[in-house]
Design a binder for this molecule. Structure first.
Ligand code: GDP
Ligand code: MN
Length: 396
């Protein structure tokens, strides 16, 4: 789960980390009064959306007077901000962060993420911080320094020190940088983060180390023990399809393409997505329906996939075990009735590959259905290829 920058900064503040003074604002009026409360000559007005790249897109602006704060807040609130991380549809700005401006001498990059290969947290740092970090990672990866952290020992002082020197933090600020890194690591572990990114971490003109931007990501499976963080969920930032699917007990992830799939088992679902891609399709989603084949659940899954016209075809790939293939076949037909009223056709072609218990009965049901655009596929490969072709044909 993601949270907003101002919420991330509030959490980091509780760990004694140096974050600029700031207050969130939900209206132009609040933006102006909060800027006055900060009582500082220059404030930064920052659009709060769950995406980076705001600086370049005009979502981060300095303001030197109440009038300027008002003008910037008026411009940003309600605006659709399109950054390289939002996708072309952008995100509506509903909240701002009004912050005391910092005098920046240099911008660094610092982040913590879980590394699967070493099964540990890795701290990454670079002296090329700021808005171009993706470019640095792509073109000069050697400028990104890594420190792998032993989970038992934690971030050792010498490691933090080594990082601080490697990214060329000046002598006068080394101790502060080391202490900031260690506090950030403590926050990462205590709050069950899956990612913690500070870009930029800045050196100010008076050699202080300040967290100027903060992005925290939490492990959903650990949220049960962080009710304070779970409360920060901003549903307006999340994919509505994923929200509806989660409420219906479906493991659904929107992948943005147009070839949908409904599969049982996470491994098979991932293999199915790979296979659709292999045949040149753009997978619309990952969907694991689990061991429950109730027609209502299949109908719900179908309607989520079809919502907004996203899916141009659906590949059902079920390995019958707990789910009997005949029940799945019946479920698809009933789902067609629920979705299409008369039940004679589905809005898009559906290719069904069934294997496992009661497979012959299941295939028989599909062969005899009056629904015109449901096709039984004998193999997974054949089914994937067929649905990709049907979707391509529908688009031409
Ligand atoms: P992002 O573009 O979404 O990652 O937003 P950031 O919070 O990282 O801000 C983008 C850039 O705005 C930073 O890299 C800074 O260069 C600039 N910026 C942000 N806050 C301040 C500030 O307090 N003072 C100054 N001078 N620049 C700032
Ligand atoms: Mn940033």
């Amino acid at each position: 789960m993601n949270i907003h920058e101002y919420q991330s900064k509030q959490i980091l503040r509780e760990f004694g980390i140096n974050v600029p003074n700031g207050l969130p604002a939900f209206s132009v009026h609040e933006a102006v009064t909060n800027a006055e409360k900060l009582d500082t000559p220059v404030v930064v007005v920052k659009a709060q959306i769950h995406a980076g790249g705001r600086g370049k897109a005009g979502g981060v602006k300095l303001a030197k007077s109440a009038e300027e704060v008002r003008a910037v807040a008026q411009e940003l609130l309600g605006k659709v901000l399109v950054t390289h991380q939002t996708g072309p549809e952008g995100k509506v700005v509903e909240r701002l962060l009004i912050e005391e401006a910092s005098k920046i001498k240099k911008e660094y990059y610092l982040s913590f993420i879980i590394d699967r290969h070493t099964a540990s947290v890795v701290m990454m740092g670079s002296e090329e911080g700021g808005v171009e970090i993706e470019k640095v990672a792509a073109e000069t990866p050697e400028k990104i320094i890594k420190e792998y952290i032993d989970p038992v020992i934690g971030l050792a002082g010498f490691q933090a020190m080594r990082m601080a020197y490697a990214i060329n933090i000046p002598e006068a600020a080394i101790r502060r940088a080391v202490s900031t890194m260690q506090k950030l690591y403590t926050a990462f572990v205590d709050k069950d983060c899956s990612q913690l990114e500070i870009n930029p971490l800045v050196l100010t003109e008076d050699d202080k180390i300040v967290v100027l931007d903060a992005k925290l990501n939490f492990d959903d499976s650990a949220l049960f023990r962080h009710s304070d963080i779970a409360m920060l969920r901003d549903e307006s930032e999340e994919d509505p399809k994923e929200r509806i699917a989660a409420a219906a007990g479906l493991n659904y992830v929107n992948l943005g393409g147009d070839v949908a799939c409904m599969v049982n088992g996470a491994g098979l679902a991932m293999a199915t997505v790979d296979m659709l891609k292999f045949y040149g399709g753009e997978p619309a989603n990952f969907l694991d329906v689990g061991g429950d084949s109730a027609p209502e659940k299949i109908a719900k899954a179908f309607s989520i996939m079809l919502e907004g016209g996203q899916a141009k075809g659906i590949f059902v790939n079920i390995m019958g075990g707990i789910n009997r293939c005949d029940n799945i076949a019946k479920g698809i037909i009933e789902a067609a009735h629920i979705i299409s009223k008369d039940g004679s056709s589905l809005p898009v072609p559906v290719v069904v590959r069934l294997e496992g218990s009661m497979v012959e009965e299941g295939r028989e049901i599909l062969r005899n259905t009056p629904i015109t655009n449901v096709f039984a596929a004998p193999t997974m490969e054949g089914g994937a290829e067929q649905i990709v072709k049907l979707v391509a044909a529908a688009k031409n």
